[in-house]
Ligand binder design. Structure first.
Ligand SMILES: Cc1cc2nc3c(=O)[nH]c(=O)nc-3n(C[C@H](O)[C@H](O)[C@H](O)COP(=O)(O)OP(=O)(O)OC[C@H]3O[C@@H](n4cnc5c(N)ncnc54)[C@H](O)[C@@H]3O)c2cc1C
Ligand SMILES: NC(=O)c1ccc[n+]([C@@H]2O[C@H](COP(=O)([O-])OP(=O)(O)OC[C@H]3O[C@@H](n4cnc5c(N)ncnc54)[C@H](OP(=O)(O)O)[C@@H]3O)[C@@H](O)[C@H]2O)c1
Ligand SMILES: *[C@@H]1O[C@H](CO)[C@@H](O)[C@H](O)[C@H]1NC(C)=O
Ligand SMILES: *[C@@H]1O[C@H](CO)[C@@H](O)[C@H](O)[C@H]1NC(C)=O
Ligand SMILES: *[C@@H]1O[C@H](CO)[C@@H](O)[C@H](O)[C@H]1NC(C)=O
Length: 377
């Protein structure tokens, strides 16, 4: 169905260059250092978007801003809060494994440096507007080929890394942030993860079977004045890039973020700091509303000489974080490696204890009011 009109026009766009003064464009460009443009018929505006330093490009950008987002008229109330999970219009499982959507890879860029341990890729797929998703949801991908029993591969889930209107602002794409899984097994042989390698190897124009969207745990709170604390390790950054684009790179008639967004991101090396330039741009533009802290585990330590994990960085702000957690409109989101949850609980236990509060009990209460949201794997 999709007609590839022109293909593969590799372009070198200078780092930090901005085509139109619109922050979403600037940032996408800064992560895509070598941009491969594939013009698919519904995507003519990408060409405009990338090339032009003129009015039509700005229009393409502001088009994104006019797309309707969530209705935000709720004032946070202590006990009865309207659940984000019951919100109207959230689609789940539109595409099931038996009848998946076939998307096409529009671009695929490695976003970790050459010396990073492992590779992570930012991948954009066309959806033609057929896969409607919200910030915080995931999609499934069914990799090509068959497993060792001759059956088609099972789907793997991936957190969506773009906001609901997508990286191009036209509601016709969905993006992922995928780490290539490679490890040495017990017999000393190199094993490549099936789906992550399928995804990281996709070339523009290649097809991928997509299911979903799924997931309600990581949906954003409706309150535009909320404090949103985001805790990510590695590719766990995906849903937060989605949140942050909506908050800081887009204009929505019915959602103008004016709370505090605080992102903690833990990665092994500075060459694996995902989407760093985008986040720094957001901070520069919104110093009052955005805080950004990195934990670079293999390069930094705390003053006791301990490895700088995300919880180690959080501990520097322990009292402040605890005060924020006592507020009714503070929402914590955690995404990434399973191990991080335990580490974060440990610092919270001691903080809560100072106020005579049992952290595990308190956390249950926060979970019930959707203020503590976890998706780790
Ligand atoms: C809700 C959710 C969201 C997710 N979001 C993302 C995301 O945004 N980005 C992302 O990159 N991933 C994400 N994942 C993980 C993703 O679903 C896949 O699990 C991951 O990409 C690996 O899949 P694969 O097909 O490449 O590996 P597979 O071929 O499925 O191999 C994985 C298996 O290999 C084995 N294995 C893995 N590592 C080792 C090791 N070091 N030593 C020995 N055995 C090992 C384990 O048995 C493991 O189950 C998410 C998972 C969930 C549940
Ligand atoms: N929704 C979800 O469920 C979801 C979404 C996206 C990603 N993920 C998963 O998240 C993981 C991210 O992996 P990645 O390979 O991208 O990460 P990575 O690049 O290896 O970075 C993870 C960082 O976390 C550190 N770390 C290791 N153990 C930790 C612990 N117990 N507590 C805190 N920090 C710890 C690592 O430090 P060292 O390596 O130096 O020890 C490293 O700095 C993957 O397993 C991916 O499948 C899940
Ligand atoms: C401005 O954009 C239009 C529409 O894409 C294009 O035809 C025109 O050449 C551009 N002008 C300049 C000066 O780049
Ligand atoms: C958010 O705060 C602004 C100004 O502080 C206020 O005018 C607005 O009503 C608040 N919105 C909600 C939904 O509480
Ligand atoms: C290790 O990987 C190789 C290649 O994938 C496979 O043939 C072998 O069975 C694996 N060994 C173990 C112990 O898993």
């Amino acid at each position: 169905m999709i007609k590839l009109v022109i293909s593969l026009l590799p372009l070198l766009i200078k780092h930090g260059c901005c085509c139109c003064g619109c922050y979403r464009c600037c940032s996408l460009i800064s992560i895509i250092k070598v941009v491969v443009v594939v013009v698919v018929s519904p995507h003519k505006n990408i060409l405009r978007w990338i090339f032009l330093n003129n009015k039509s490009t700005r229009e393409a950008c502001s088009y994104g801003g006019r797309v309707k987002a969530q209705v935000t008229t709720e004032v946070p109330v202590k006990v009865v809060k309207e659940s984000k999970k019951q919100e109207e219009g959230i689609v789940v499982n539109k595409f099931k494994p038996k009848d998946p959507y076939t998307g096409r890879c529009l671009l695929n860029t490695r976003i970790t440096g050459d010396d990073a341990p492992g590779e992570t890729w930012h991948i954009v797929f066309t959806t033609q507007g057929e896969v409607p998703y919200r910030e915080g949801q995931s999609i499934g991908v069914i990799p090509e080929g068959i497993d060792k029993n001759g059956k088609p591969h099972k789907l793997r889930l991936y957190s969506i890394a773009s906001s609901a209107i997508g990286d191009f602002g036209d509601s016709k794409t969905v993006s992922l942030c995928v780490k290539r899984l490679v490890y040495t097994n017990e017999s000393g042989e190199l094993v490549k993860g099936v789906c992550s390698n399928f995804l990281c190897d996709l070339k523009p124009g290649d097809e991928a079977k997509i299911t979903g969207p799924v997931g309600k745990e990581m949906l954003m709170p409706k309150d535009p004045n909320a404090t949103i604390i985001m805790l990510a390790t590695g590719t766990g950054i995906a849903p937060f890039r989605s949140f942050l684009w909506k908050m800081f790179f887009e204009e929505h008639e019915d959602y103008k973020f004016n709370g505090l967004a605080w992102l903690f991101l833990g990665v092994p090396t500075s060459s694996s700091l995902l989407y760093k330039e985008e986040f720094e741009k957001m901070k520069e533009k919104n110093p009052e509303n955005f805080r950004l802290d990195f934990a670079v585990s293999r390069e930094q330590t705390n003053d006791k000489g301990e490895k700088m994990y995300i919880q180690t960085r959080m501990a520097e702000y322990a009292q402040e974080l605890w005060e924020l957690l006592k507020k009714d409109n503070t929402f914590v989101y955690m995404c990434g490696l399973k191990g991080m949850e335990k580490g974060i609980d440990e610092i919270m236990v001691s903080l809560a204890a100072k106020d005579g509060i049992d952290w595990l009990e308190y956390k249950k209460q926060l979970k019930r009011s959707e203020q503590w949201n976890v998706e780790v794997y």
